[in-house]
Every structure is written in structure tokens, then in C-alpha cells.
Design a protein around this ligand. Structure first.
Ligand SMILES: Nc1ncnc2c1ncn2[C@@H]1O[C@H](COP(=O)(O)OP(=O)(O)O)[C@@H](O)[C@H]1O
Ligand SMILES: O=P(O)(O)O[C@H]1O[C@H](CO)[C@@H](O[C@H]2O[C@H](CO)[C@@H](O)[C@H](O)[C@H]2O)[C@H](O)[C@H]1O
Length: 445
């Protein structure tokens, strides 16, 4: 198959795309590593190409480019509704297509939700939100996300979604319905399809609205946060459920795990403080105390289990429907490899992620001019109460409260360090939020 794209135009094209993550580095070369032609009704077609971007420095990245050859240059094919319908049909009809170096495979799960009827012709619309990928809503019932930056290996969002939909009874998530996979040397998940949930607010906006109401959170909202903790507990029960799939089966936490996790936090602290203390010199004075905090984890007597977790849980990863919460986006932290994101871990890492979000919400309303209030403490307490109630006696959690609290503290510290790195790279104006949290952190006696 001949390469269908004008390679000379690609560096400029990529630099102008919202989803292109390499804007800060000079591009050395762009090459097409795989491509497939997808035919559309009426004799038209478009190309799904996987391109590799090599930079003057650092690792190469791969991107998926759905493109149409229309006149000059490179055209994003996802602007064309016929292409959106064509891509969706490929998945729904489980079609297989040859590509230059392998094949494309549409997958559709035959679960009860997968059997839904859809109208013809299919109404499709692109979701108008700022996001790293491109999402398309089909008939207000289905949402498919075309993944822009590709990673090698099994995509955790697909893997987890499939496990929850087919092996567990956990339904507080938009159910995974299908996926588009590319197989062969350029193998990757190219798109994932979920049930679309109409009339939802994301948990971040919903929480900010509540934090803006005054210095105290309402009992109603605190009750809802208890409900959020409970849903997370149920998710962890589903992850910990007995299964013969080695990618999900729970494993005991050993002393070596605690030591490894502790050492990894100490390592991340070195890198993060070196980067951040140029801008926030006071952080240097906290180094020893924070290291003490991280090393404490290595001495926690091991109990509980390692399980698969959400991996990047925060308020932006939950949806508020009428009267309930849905947890979604099981991709894990974008800065880590798929292999790292698929590792089993303590469930408390997710709990810590959500706790950090309450601090971010407080800082955000503070920056907007809201007077300081008594919001974060009660929000944390309510969320933890819900989580504890749903997981009482669970084998995956530490046996005693002291271990529970020490581990939770260490994972909150780990998340703060991650956030400092994330913000330095993505939203430098926000870096002071996790930095201030690091400055405040006390070692629990
Ligand atoms: N199943 C769904 N139902 C309704 N809205 C959704 C659903 N999945 C995602 N969304 C909306 O789309 C936005 C982007 O989705 P997300 O999967 O987080 O994309 P990205 O990985 O590109 O950030 C979410 O913040 C949410 O508002
Ligand atoms: O949603 P993503 O998977 O892309 O997650 C990344 O971006 C998040 C920000 O959008 C970032 O979350 C941090 O900011 C949130 C407020 O915007 C806050 O609620 C979170 O607690 C905080 O960690 C997330 O860390 C990052 O991986």
C-alpha cells in the first residue's frame, strides 16, 4: 500500500493540533508506520494512519491520524460525519481490515447493553469539550473516543472496561461496548466505545458549585460524598473479586511491596523537589521531613492485597447523574507507561487521589475569591466514611487503622509529587496548589 499522506506537511499539521503533546520539542522526522484504507458508502474512503514522530531529543511518540485526501495538505477526517459513521460501523459490525503492516479489528461486546437498537441513518456529533482525544456521540446512546496519542501494549481503559462489563456486576460506570484495535507491529487500541450518559455533570464542576455555596458544605452534599466513597469501595470490591484472569486476581501485599512503593516515592521526591524548588525555594526546607514521611511506608506491617485500581482517580473522573455517581476513565496516569498503569497496587492509592481533589477544589474557589471555610475536612471525612462503610473487613485493605492511615498519607504524598510534575508541565499557574499541600503536610504521630 502506498503512503497516503504528504509527509512534508505533517510537522506543521501536528503542531497545530490540540491533542499533539510534543509542541515544546523540535521535530526531527515524521514517518507513517502503518495505514489502512476504510471504504465508505458512495465510493468514498478515508485513511487511518499511525505516524511516528521523532524529536531532536527524547523518545519518539505515535499518533493516530484519520485523514482524507481532499485537495492540498492533510485534512482531519473526523470533521466528516460520514467518516464518523464509517468508523463506528467498523466497530459495531466487528469488521476486520488489512493494513500495510497488520490489520484493524472492530470489537463489539455481546453484553445486554451491547444489544441496543440504534436508528438509521445514525445521528453523530463530535463532543465539544477540551480533551486529549476526540469523542463522538452516536444517537445520544453511545460515545466513542478516538485515541490520538497511541501507546504500545494493552490499553488499561479497554482492559478494565471489558473486565467490569463482562466479569463483574459493578455498574456504576458507563459500560464498555466495544473497541477498535490495530494488530501487528504497530499494535494499539485506536478507539474505545462506551454507553453515553446524557445530562451528566462532571464531579469537578459539581463539587466546585457546592464549594462556592458558602463556608460550610450542605448535609445533602456531604451525604452525596459519602455515596461517592461507597461507589469507590464497590469498585474496589469488583476489582478484588475472585477471577482466573491473572491480570486482575488479587495478590497479597508483602513487606517488599511496601519497601518498593516507599523507595519509589523517595525517588520521585528527589526528581520533583529538584525541579520545583527553583521556583519554590521553601520546599528545600521540607525535604527531610517529607522523606521521613515516605520512608514510614516501608515500616508499615504488610497486610491486605494488591489489586487493580483506577489509577488516576480525581473529581474529573467521576460523573454526577441524577442521584448517583459514575466512575470512569480507567486510563491511569497519563505520565506513566501502560505496563506501570496495569500494575496491581493498594486500593488506598485511589482513595488518596480523590482526597487530593478536595484540596484542589478548595484552592480553586479560594483563587476565585471565596472566603476560607470549613469544607475540605468535612468533605474528606464524609468520603472516607462512605468508603469505610462499603469496605468494612475487606481482605484487600490493611488490617488496622494505623496501617490504613500511614499508607493513605504516603499515597497522598505520592499524588502531590505527581501533581507538582503534572502542573509544571501542563498548568504552571496551578503548581502552587500541590506545592502548598507539600508545605503543610505533617507527619502523623
Ligand atoms: N460515557 C459518557 N457519558 C457522558 N459523557 C461522557 C462519557 N464519557 C466521557 N464523557 C464526557 O467527555 C469528557 C471527556 O472524556 P474522557 O474520556 O475523559 O476524554 P479524554 O481521555 O480525552 O480526556 C468527560 O469529561 C465527560 O464530560
Ligand atoms: O484527567 P486526566 O487523566 O488527564 O488527569 C490529569 O489531569 C488532571 C487535571 O485535569 C489532574 O488532576 C489534578 O487537577 C484536578 C483539577 O483540575 C484535581 O481535581 C485533581 O485532584 C488533581 O490531581 C490529574 O492529576 C492528571 O493525571
Amino acid at each position: 500500500m502506498t503512503t497516503p499522506i504528504d509527509l512534508t506537511k505533517l510537522p506543521d499539521y501536528l503542531r497545530n493540533q490540540r491533542w499533539f503533546a510534543g509542541k515544546a520539542w523540535p521535530i526531527k522526522a515524521v514517518s507513517v508506520v502503518d495505514h489502512a484504507r476504510v471504504e465508505l458508502p458512495g465510493g468514498r474512503d478515508f485513511t487511518l494512519a499511525v505516524v511516528e514522530v521523532t524529536y531532536e531529543l527524547g523518545h519518539p511518540d505515535r499518533y493516530l491520524l484519520p485523514v482524507e485526501s481532499k485537495g492540498e495538505g492533510v485534512q482531519d477526517a473526523l470533521d466528516d460525519v460520514e467518516v464518523l459513521r464509517g468508523l463506528f460501523s467498523l466497530i459495531r459490525e466487528k469488521r476486520s481490515l488489512p493494513s500495510a503492516s497488520g490489520s484493524l479489528q472492530g470489537e463489539w461486546l455481546d453484553t445486554p447493553e451491547g444489544l441496543m437498537a440504534l436508528p438509521s441513518p445514525l445521528p453523530v456529533r463530535r463532543l465539544q469539550v477540551e480533551q486529549s482525544n476526540t469523542s463522538v456521540v452516536v444517537a445520544e446512546k453511545v460515545i466513542f473516543k478516538v485515541i490520538r496519542k497511541l501507546e504500545a501494549g494493552l490499553n488499561p481503559e479497554y482492559e478494565v472496561g471489558r473486565f467490569l462489563a463482562t466479569k463483574t456486576s459493578f455498574r456504576a460506570t458507563p459500560t464498555l461496548l466495544g473497541a477498535l484495535q490495530s494488530e501487528g507491529p504497530a499494535g494499539a487500541t485506536l478507539a474505545v466505545v462506551h454507553r453515553y450518559i446524557p445530562n451528566v455533570t462532571d464531579g469537578w464542576r459539581y463539587t466546585l458549585d457546592n464549594f462556592r455555596r458558602g463556608p460550610r458544605l450542605t448535609d445533602t452534599f456531604l451525604g452525596e460524598l459519602r455515596g461517592l466513597g461507597q461507589r469507590l469501595g464497590e469498585l474496589h470490591h469488583a476489582f478484588a473479586s475472585s477471577t482466573d484472569d491473572p491480570a486482575f486476581s488479587p495478590e497479597p501485599i508483602h513487606a517488599e511491596d511496601m519497601q518498593r512503593w516507599s523507595a519509589s516515592i523517595v525517588g520521585e521526591m528527589g526528581v520533583t523537589l529538584n525541579e520545583a524548588s527553583r521556583q519554590f525555594p521553601d520546599l528545600e526546607g521540607r525535604r527531610e521531613s517529607l522523606i521521613g514521611h515516605a520512608t514510614q511506608l516501608a515500616h508499615v506491617p504488610p497486610s491486605g492485597q494488591k489489586i487493580r485500581i483506577h489509577g488516576d482517580l480525581h473529581l474529573g473522573q467521576v460523573l454526577r447523574t441524577e442521584g448517583d455517581w459514575l466512575l470512569f476513565d480507567f486510563e491511569g496516569e497519563p505520565g506513566r507507561s501502560f505496563a506501570q498503569r496495569r500494575e496491581k497496587y493498594s486500593a488506598l492509592r485511589d482513595v488518596a487521589g480523590m482526597l487530593r481533589s478536595f484540596d484542589y477544589a478548595e484552592a480553586t474557589v479560594g483563587l476565585e475569591g471565596q472566603a476560607a471555610g470549613d469544607r475540605v475536612g468535612p468533605a474528606r471525612k464524609a468520603f472516607l466514611e462512605g468508603y469505610r462503610a462499603a469496605t468494612r473487613g475487606a481482605a484487600f485493605l490493611p488490617k488496622d487503622d494505623a496501617s490504613f492511615n500511614s499508607m493513605l498519607d504516603a499515597f497522598e504524598l505520592e499524588k502531590m509529587l505527581y501533581e507538582v510534575r503534572y502542573e509544571l508541565q501542563n498548568r504552571p499557574d496551578w503548581v502552587r496548589i500541590p506545592v502548598q499541600a507539600l508545605m503543610r503536610m505533617e507527619v502523623r504521630k
